[in-house]
Design a protein around this ligand. Structure first.
Ligand code: ACO
Length: 703
């Protein structure tokens, strides 16, 4: 990646003297951007472009070329890639469209193979180019005028990326890098993240993703990067329709949004809802100092916006300083008689600009108060220009020491103050929620910083025994396990299923029931009777010997009447599962991210409540516990209204084992335990139903 961002020489293949063409525009941007290295326009027609002599081919260039921008029509790309490979060029940025995004998958594969044969990497195709501040290289066909700074943007959308050039410039956001990844045929986000995390100029990374490719690696890379630098992501395709549009747009399928959202959170990535929110975050993350602690103070001259800011803080995970004694002391000399020193600190509408400044100084000079949220409602007592000076002054004094954020609310003169201060780089907003949101992002990233991506330790699972069960089922042409096979697999996983015995005869059934303990369930066992309940082959809640005897005889009678020629192998005596909290645990192979594990509220509520969460598998016990705690219904597991806490430790253990099985047996596509009934702490869990789908061995078609 070093050669991509700091190339010694750059060629533009398809450079043109025609200013309307992309091949001209790229050369113009490279020249006007101030790239200090050698520039080689390649065009067989000869001539000069912007005073630079052209070369008929890359091979005709004597000097060293690290990077070639390819802007020739699609049929010319493969020969160009081959020529660049022969020349030993490290990186190609292929601007040309007309590959996998329009279904030309083979053509794209061929250019990647041709490049790999020479050890050349390809960015694209279907990209608008690359900007690298470290080498003053603007190799894009964008509008030019990129301002250097600390934000790196990696974008899958070309048009949005080009628009970002103008938008970042007008918002005063400086860029360390801007990379268009397009079809991601070779170089993808993970390759770029690995470079950017070590790039000293980059303070924060913004990703715009439409569809995930190489999701397993992306999760691992992001988990590592976010401990060292904040990463903000915008992903389109949140809605079902949006996902369909994204899929057809980029030629790669957008992963299910719920999985994406949960996995990004697991990796410590900050997911923004909109481009504007993402810009607000990255600008703040790139400029604000790290907080020394987690407690913020709100200073306001209006009670209402103080309450709104308190709500916004709760939403965005910003904690508020709460030592009432210290608060009272800190504001003793600056508080008007009828103000409130509780947090939010309310100076009331009568506060003068001096009162306001003194209060902010009191917060920002107090070591235990770690960040300030300064809110201001336009009043008759202070005019906007005085306030503008105050904000500028406070921000200058403390900008290196503590995170501060301002929100001003009022008419045209206040709007003007906001515009002026924003251009100067002061974090000032009109809306309270908009103001608190970047501070929330800063805190989330701060909590993540320094965290290492711990690979979960291996868990002992007899994978060979699992595979033997799958092989057996696969040999019968099945891609799913029958109940008894699933029960064997559950046993290997240490999943407690209801105790069960097959009885052949009445006495054996009674013995089995005594051994298991009442109440029990009886079920017919016959290959000829698939729908047991329809045949009257099931009896539940049998509490003593007499009920077992009656049920046994009734089941046989009903089943014989239902299907007289059925071969009856016996009657299964099963432990009757006591009621508890019904949860669901599952693991599956996600098309974008590979193995993922899921936990949620189970039983009949799954579909309605959709209260499930995902993590990339395998997971550690710590992550499994955190997954359990992440669902909305978690309070049910903690016990409500004096109930006992539930046995979540056992649930977490199951999650860990399932996640490791999914990671180690890629042939298992879906495994679902539903319901997994959870009892009070110490009383364990019961897996009532276990379903497994798998990819049968090659040559066997799934029935
Ligand atoms: N080697 C060197 N030069 C070549 C070669 C070659 N093999 N083949 C052609 N050329 C020259 C041409 O002669 C021409 O130069 P000229 O103007 O002196 O005649 C120049 O290269 C360009 O070739 P054209 O045939 O004129 O192609 P044009 O510039 O119209 O289009 C392009 C090429 C831009 C790559 C086009 O095929 C394309 O893919 N456009 C879409 C680009 C795009 O949008 N990418 C995604 C960006 S992201 C987004 O969504 C905005």
């Amino acid at each position: 990646m070093e050669r991509l961002f700091r190339p010694k020489g750059v060629a533009v293949v398809g450079a043109s003297t025609n200013p309307a063409k992309i091949g001209y525009r790229v050369v113009e941007n490279i020249v006007s951007g101030g790239y200090p290295g050698a520039i080689y326009p390649i065009n067989p027609k000869g001539g000069e472009i912007l005073g630079l002599p052209t070369f008929p081919s890359v091979e005709a260039v004597e000097g060293e070329i690290d990077l070639a921008i390819v802007s020739v029509p699609a049929p010319g790309v493969l020969p160009t890639v081959e020529a660049c490979g022969r020349k030993g060029i490290g990186h190609l940025v292929v601007l040309t469209s007309g590959f996998s995004e329009v279904g030309e998958i083979d053509a794209e594969r061929r250019i990647v193979e041709a490049a790999r044969a020479h050890g050349t990497r390809i960015l694209g195709p279907n990209v608008f180019g690359l900007y690298s501040a470290v080498s003053s290289l603007d190799a894009t066909f964008g509008p030019g005028g990129i301002v250097p700074g600390r934000i790196a943007i990696v974008t899958q959308s070309g048009a949005l990326g080009i628009a970002m050039i103008g938008k970042t410039a007008s918002e005063g956001l400086g860029l360390s890098a801007l990379v268009s990844v397009g079809n991601k045929s070779d170089v993808d986000e993970s390759d770029l993240l690995e470079f950017l995390v070590d790039d000293e100029r980059t303070g924060v990374i913004l990703l715009y993703i439409e569809g995930v490719k190489g999701g397993e690696r992306l999760v691992r890379t992001l988990s590592d990067v976010t401990g060292r630098k904040p990463v903000v992501v915008i992903k389109s395709g949140r809605s079902k329709r949006g996902a369909m549009a994204a899929a057809s747009h980029t030629g790669s399928l957008a992963g299910a949004d719920a999985v994406f959202d949960d996995l990004m959170r697991q990796c410590g990535v900050l997911r923004a809802e909109s481009v504007q929110e993402a810009f607000d975050w990255v600008r703040y993350l790139a400029s604000a100092p790290q907080p020394a602690g987690s407690e913020a103070v709100i200073v306001t001259n209006g009670g209402g916006i103080g309450v709104l800011a308190t709500d916004a803080c709760e939403k965005d995970g910003v904690r508020l300083y709460d030592d009432q004694g210290v608060l009272a002391g800190a504001f003793e000399n600056v508080m008007p008689a009828f103000g409130s020193s509780k947090n939010p600190v309310d100076l009331t509408g009568q506060a003068t600009v001096e009162d306001y400044e003194n209060a902010l100084d009191a917060v920002l000079d107090e070591d235990g108060m770690h960040a300030a949220i300064a809110l201001y409602c336009e009043t008759a007592t202070a005019d906007a220009s005085q306030f503008e000076r105050l904000i500028r002054g406070v921000f200058e004094r403390y900008r290196e020491r503590k995170p501060i954020i301002f929100s001003l609310f009022g008419g045209e003169s206040i709007a003007e103050v906001i515009r002026t201060l924003r251009i100067e780089g002061v974090p000032v907003f009109g809306d309270v929620y908009e103001a608190v949101s970047p501070l929330g992002a800063l805190y989330r990233s701060w909590r993540r910083s320094g965290k290492k991506d711990e690979r979960p330790a291996d868990v002992a699972i007899d994978v060979e025994a699992v595979r033997a069960i799958l092989r057996e089922a696969g040999s019968e042409g099945r891609g799913f396990l029958l109940a008894h096979e699933a029960a064997r697999l559950a046993e290997i996983l240490g999943l407690p299923m209801p105790a069960s015995r097959i009885a052949r005869g009445l006495d054996a059934a009674v013995d089995a029931a005594e051994e298991i303990g009442y109440p029990v369930v009886l079920k017919i066992v016959s290959k000829d009777i698939i729908h047991k309940s329809d045949a009257g082959g099931v009896a539940v809640d049998l509490n003593d010997e007499r009920e077992v005897v009656d049920a046994y005889q009734a089941i046989l009678r009903r089943c014989r009447a239902y299907k007289p020629d059925a071969v009856i192998e016996g009657i299964e005596v099963v432990e009757m599962v006591r009621p508890g909290i019904e949860t669901i645990v599952g693991a599956r192979r996600d098309s974008a991210f590979g193995p993922v594990v899921m936990f949620g509220l189970g039983g009949i509520y799954v579909e309605v409540m959709k209260d499930v969460a995902f993590r990339a598998a395998p997971v550690s016990l710590e992550t499994a516990n955190e997954l359990v705690a992440s669902i909305r219904s978690y309070p049910l597991l903690l016990g409500v209204r004096g109930e006992e806490r539930k046995d979540t430790d056992r649930v977490a253990e199951v999650i860990v084992r399932l996640s490791h099985l999914a990671a180690r047996c890629p042939e298992i596509t879906d495994i679902e335990v539903n319901p997994l009934v959870v009892y009070d702490q110490g009383e364990g869990i019961r897996a009532v139903d276990v379903r497994i789908l798998f990819e049968p061995p090659k040559g066997v078609t799934r029935r």
